[in-house]
Design a protein around this ligand. Sequence first.
Ligand code: GLY
Length: 353
Amino acid sequence: MSKQEVIICENLEDNLTYALQKQSYDKLFILTDTHTHQLCLPQLQTLDILNKAEEIMIGASDVYKTLETLASVWQALSEQGATRYSLLINLGGGMVTDLGGFAASTFKRGITYINIPTTLLAMVDASVGGKTGINFNGLKNEIGVFAPAASVLLETSFLRSLDAHNFFSGYAEMLKHGLISTPEHWAELLAFDTEEMNYSILKTMVGRSVQVKENIVRQDPLEHGIRKALNLGHTIGHAFESLALAESRPILHGYAVAWGIICELYLSHIKVGFPQDKMRQTIQFIRQNYGTFIFNCDQYESLYELMKHDKKNTSGIINFTLLKNIGDISLNQTADKETIFETFDFYRECMGM
Ligand code: GLY
């Protein structure tokens, strides 16, 4: 997988001009959703280079991350004369960058694309690292390919208009990057004042966070080994997310990850000795900012079943990424059913349920 260039923008127009000048292409397309069409595209329309770009707009939110939407993007590219030398710019959150990346990497066997993520979750996670795809058959990201963007442009001023829920959803992935990297990065994330936000500090932390992901993806782009570190919090987090969806009370991905981190730090503590004080400090931050995902012991079996069907497992064995300490990663860990249920007990007890 070729390396993608991640640029922390000082001036989005200049940075996009630079990224486009490095490519040769015959026609430009820009994929937006109904939100970014209205809120973000106007920031780019003064750019001469985009004058002739064709816009393709799709619905906003994960419910549109489907084969039908994907087909509509292929159709638009085809009808508007895209060739294999055309270039697609994806302007949006993780849904747009995942679906647009997949559309680009399959259209005429693959055209170049550039991501301009507009949410925190997409900036620090979805738009970086080459994972593209759509949901299928009720399963998240079931169909897709690894295909990196040529460039990813991070314009953190988009974050100023992000609502608190979407901010914290992305921040959970940053917290994960802190836990799997260094005590310093973890500590600065816990200390960040999320009520009186300093956007300059946030921008610096976003840069560091993306670097953590880039370093890991560079070593293992196809997730055979160390890239599994990025799954911390996700084994149980995905089960929370799926249960919530099945019970028609959907939760944002990052919230599920934050609550999954609580459980997986507890597993890390009892199985590989993650320090109790650091576990408690992280849990305290999550409790304060994310509230609680409510479930009772009658739902343990359903959560366990969901975990057994996670696509990260091999031969039906539930796979966890655990930590011996901050930045000290234990891949390919497993836990028996009794220990997983004990983890749910711990979660409910420390969340005051
Ligand atoms: N979101 C985790 C990864 O990109 O591997």
